[in-house]
Design a protein around this ligand. Structure first.
Ligand code: ATP
Ligand code: MG
Length: 405
């Protein structure tokens, strides 16, 4: 999912001490900053544990270091790729930790230019003084280092569009030489904004919807209605694989809640409701079951992969009929997306291929031609012919919960 910058390969020929991770949006959060950095540190720590990495909180940044020894090229690449996928990360970059000493900065700059630059390549030195008490200004440091590079290599300076940017940051206790930045996925770390329950179908859309709501910092669990005689048959299906694909890169776990669809299906056959309303009634039933779970298990909202106008059941009238059955907010992160955008996102996050795997989907058991503009009264009237409350209870009594990740 993460493409590392092409110039990174050359830079990794140098020796590095750590990977620095800068936050996204978090810095803007003022007083809320600590919970945000703590969540990001925790999530990163879990993601990077298989790489034997420790994550240190350095107030305005996180520093990832190998538990023992110096970083290898393979460790740096894997750490950069994994860190860039974690929500809340603005960018990750390899760093060399130097003393706050001009000779050390100059030596590192000259060595770096010689290693990474083509003959005659332009360069610029970019210095950020995080410690404003450092005796030289950023511009003075840039000029002094720049002059030494020119003297040592005769390289031309280009401040606007250098082929090689030599970046330094000066802190109170050390300075960093910062390598190429790997852009992060952005958003907020999972865990900082609340708990939601995603209705996961196994199709393309709901997995992408879950990813988007997690990127806004929500912890999500997943509710799936299955069409099997027993939940065990879901164990080896794409549903479990999808949940893993969504939560593992964020360093979090999730519950997968499974309920059968058969009680409702049988009731639908007996009640003889208009075939064109079957789908909206089933979707209302899903919402009702999900809302009951939300109330007893403390979810703030439901999340679905609904989109406006993508299929016949996704008209405003149908969506309104769903919200009419809900007692907690229903969020639809994909409402305004084009299908092509959703597919591109699914491919980027690695759920697309899983979503295409064949599966016994409950919605496919229901009438193919749903009413596109159902009247709310007609929907409620048809629903009244079903023992909905008893069906909700019966379905909830068969709830199975698995921990994933
Ligand atoms: P998806 O690709 O997510 O299946 P879709 O475009 O196929 O979406 P529908 O099949 O109408 O649309 O489903 C709309 C939404 O209803 C889904 O995105 C999902 O949130 C929810 N949903 C559908 N089927 C199920 C199911 N079996 N279990 C849980 N949620 C479901
Ligand atoms: Mg579907």
């Amino acid at each position: 999912m993460v493409t590392l910058p092409p110039e990174l390969e050359r830079w990794l020929a140098l020796s590095w001490d750590a990977v620095v991770v800068h936050f996204h949006e978090i810095a803007l959060k003022g007083g809320n900053r600590r919970p945000f950095t703590r969540a990001l540190q925790f999530n990163l720590q879990r993601v990077l544990a298989p790489l034997s990495a420790g994550v240190q909180d350095c107030f305005d940044r996180l520093l990832v270091v190998p538990v023992s020894g110096a970083p290898t090229t393979a460790w740096l690449k894997e750490t950069l790729s994994a860190a860039a996928q974690v929500f809340g990360v603005a960018y990750a970059a390899p760093v060399r930790i130097l003393p706050r000493d001009m000779d050390a900065l100059i030596a590192a700059a000259v060595e770096t230019y010689r290693t990474v630059a083509d003959a005659g390549a332009t360069f610029a030195v970019q210095v950020r003084r995080v410690d404003k008490n450092f005796p030289l200004t950023s511009q003075q440091v840039e000029r002094i280092i720049g002059e030494h590079i020119v003297a040592a290599t005769r390289a031309p300076v280009d401040l606007k569009a250098p082929a090689v940017a030599l970046r330094f940051r000066i802190y109170t206790d050390c300075a960093y030489l910062v390598g190429p930045k790997v852009p992060g996925v952005g958003g907020l770390p999972v865990g900082v904004t609340g708990r939601v329950l995603t209705l996961l179908s196994g199709g393309i859309d709901s997995a992408v919807a879950a990813w988007l709501i997690m990127r806004r910092g929500c912890v999500t669990d997943f509710l799936h209605f299955h069409a099997f005689p027993s939940a065990d048959e879901v164990r080896t299906s794409k549903i479990v694989a999808l949940v893993e694909r969504l939560v593992k890169p964020q360093g979090v776990r999730a519950r997968l809640l499974l309920v059968p669809y058969h009680a409702f299906q049988v009731a639908l056959l007996m009640a003889k409701v208009p075939a064109a309303l079957e789908l909206v009634l089933f979707r209302r039933f899903m919402v009702k079951v999900a809302c009951r779970i939300a109330q007893t298990r403390w979810y703030h909202a439901l999340v679905t992969g609904d989109n406006l106008g993508q299929v016949a059941s996704q008209t405003l009238e149908n969506l309104r009929a769903l919200d009419d059955a809900a007692s907690v907010p229903v969020f639809r992160p994909l409402l305004t997306y084009d299908k092509a955008e959703i597919i591109a996102l699914a491919q980027r996050i690695g759920t697309y291929d899983l979503s295409l795997l064949p599966y016994k989907d409950c919605c496919s058991l229901i009438a193919r031609h749903p009413e596109t503009r159902p009247k709310l009264d007609a929907v409620r009237g048809a629903e009244a012919r079903l023992p909905v409350d008893a069906l909700v209870e019966r379905t909830l009594s068969e709830l199975v919960v698995w921990q994933i990740g």
